[in-house]
Design a protein around this ligand. Structure first.
Ligand SMILES: Nc1ncnc2c1ncn2[C@@H]1O[C@H](COP(=O)(O)OP(=O)(O)OP(=O)(O)O)[C@@H](O)[C@H]1O
Length: 222
């Protein structure tokens, strides 16, 4: 399996945010995306996940499921935790498992992986910030999707949880998965590929009012 990204561009808020980004990522490999604040790291992940419209370029998961989009074959672990506070931890994970399909672990097994097994029947509203992040991470473990898109995955995690994340990422890669991680912090990945986003990815710094309105409308509908 191979992820091939060719000439990917996107516009947000009427401004070109990514321009002509290309890379290939092989099975079992991770790509670490770096660059200054606001350069487009999250936008790249959201575009790959299919949450932001690409205005040019192609994304293909060669050797993946031809019937599914790349976004449907990816787990997106973004800044928001995708947790329903009124549901228990188990109910949250059961929901995601039925939504995603391809179950791998039970909710309890996934929660054990992130050291939340004892809290399985507690409403998610009572979790601390780091515990919420770990619950959100356990979402990636209840169903198999070959591509993990991780946006600042260590934020709010303590040292032990960072170590656990390293192990989970290594296991995913060993099984032939692919990982793209946007980060400002070291992630403990072994020999990752690297993509440094810079100003050259941005073609035109000036906003276009019409594009801005179209773009805001489009994002509000997603
Ligand atoms: N929903 C949105 N609508 C309009 N513009 C947006 C939206 N989200 C992000 N942007 C703009 O897109 C640009 C890239 O933002 P992005 O979040 O991708 O950067 P980043 O590299 O991930 O930054 P950071 O390191 O701060 O997380 C920024 O100029 C930002 O203002």
């Amino acid at each position: 399996m191979q992820l091939i990204v060719n000439g990917l561009s996107c516009i947000r808020g009427g401004r070109p945010v990514l321009e002509n980004v290309s890379f290939t990522l092989e099975q079992g490999k991770a790509l670490v995306v770096t660059g200054p604040n606001g350069i487009g790291k999250s936008s790249l992940l959201r575009t790959l996940a299919g949450l932001v419209h690409a205005n040019a370029g192609t994304v293909k998961l060669e050797g993946g499921d031809e019937e599914l989009s790349v976004g449907q074959q990816a787990h997106y672990f973004g800044h928001a935790d995708a947790i329903k506070p009124a549901l228990t931890l188990k109910e949250n994970l059961d929901f995601w498992q039925s939504f995603y399909g391809s179950p791998t672990r039970t909710a309890y097994e996934a929660l054990l992986e992130v050291d939340l097994g004892d809290l399985i029947d507690m409403p998610a509203a009572y979790l601390s910030a780091g515990q919420r992040r770990r619950l959100s991470l356990s979402r990636l473990l209840v169903c198999h999707r070959p591509l993990w898109l991780l946006d600042e995955p260590t934020s709010a995690l303590d040292a032990a949880s960072e170590r656990k994340l390293e192990i989970l990422m290594a296991e995913h890669l060993e099984k032939g998965g692919l990982i793209i991680a946007a980060t400002h912090a070291p992630l403990g990945l072994l020999n990752p590929d690297r993509l440094e986003l810079g100003r050259e990815q941005i073609a035109d710094p000036f906003a276009d009012d019409e594009l801005f309105e179209q773009d805001q409308l489009q994002e509000s509908q997603q």
